[in-house]
Design a protein around this ligand. Sequence first.
Ligand SMILES: Cc1cc2nc3c(=O)[nH]c(=O)nc-3n(C[C@H](O)[C@H](O)[C@H](O)COP(=O)(O)O)c2cc1C
Length: 376
Amino acid sequence: MKNTFVHLVGGSYRAVAPLIFLADSEPAHDFVLDMSEFMSKIPGVPALMRACLNVSHPSLKTTVAGIDFDNPIGLAAGFDHEGQMPRIVDGIGFGFQTVGTVTNGFYEGNPYPRIKRLTKSRTLLVNKGLKSTGMISVLGRLKGQVWHVPIGISIGRTNPMKEYTYSASNADIIEAFTKARDSGVPFSYFELNISCPNMLHEVSYYEPEPLGALLGLIRDLKLTKPLFIKMPISLTDEKTKALLDVIMQYPVAAIILGNLQVDRTLPMFDKEELAPYADKRGNWSGMPCQARSDDLVKLAYNHVKGKLSIVGCGGIFTAEDAYRKIRNGANLVQLVTATIFEGPQVPAEICAELPKLLKRDGFAHVADAVGVDAGK
Ligand SMILES: Cc1cc2nc3c(=O)[nH]c(=O)nc-3n(C[C@H](O)[C@H](O)[C@H](O)COP(=O)(O)O)c2cc1C
């Protein structure tokens, strides 16, 4: 019955998607968020959605960084910057959600256009640049909400700052962490975003020394919730390993691989579709992230040898995509773009299919499949 409902929602969304895509991406996105928040406040609606679209299965339950997850499919940072969805996110089948990226200060976002859909290339051009109403405002929105799955808060540097130095950047990030730590909001993990490629001026944490200095300051905060780090996918294998070596020296629970794709020369771009955006600011989600993220999950799994958990993120559209990342070494996965191109039921579809893939290959639990292909 539940699977029929999931198919129905998926079929309907795919049928009307060409019409939805006539609307500009950012207003459409904002409308979905406002509607989600509105519906989540109507008594009975979150429970009804959960009853219809949350597909649970014992093989999908897993524990990562001391947190229990009903399923390993998460909503990645960037869909819900302001914390409008936590009450309802499990109602479309997600097992967890990252809110944000939230910054300490306010930023109205980079100049338009900030999100563009390239449907043939199955990617979004993203140029929001950490738009945020600021940590206090987001914590205020989260306060008093009740949710049913682990929620994390992604924290990054405020985009426009008076000075672009490491000391100013570190102080800004630490202030945001401190506010979240002391807020009393019952979120489950911190996510440090060191990898937004859309900043106005970069203060880069892609070198071991500044990253280590920042992680030292975060360690001094004595956080009682686990810390995840959202990594770039644009660095070489060697540079990625150098950052992992630093990260392993600090109390970090997990890494997320990873953020948006910077390279516009990849073969999965439809050249004609890409041409009008050749000189536009921004970076790419969805399919152009997939292969590099798959490879980096494997690289990280082999490099960290169990010292860090791994969250695979980038170009997950189907259960097979999620399963591949898990077999490469991901304990959990996250996605955004698939919900826009394929519909809000994508996590439910994945949760319906993934147990079949696990069973086919003789795994009783998703954790048993983690890393089985990492040596290949
Ligand atoms: C519209 C949009 C906004 C995003 N904003 C953020 C962000 O604020 N922080 C972040 O860590 N990642 C952000 N991302 C990146 C996603 O979290 C994710 O890493 C990337 O899109 C790859 O996953 P996907 O292919 O499933 O979309 C954003 C992505 C999109 C599509």
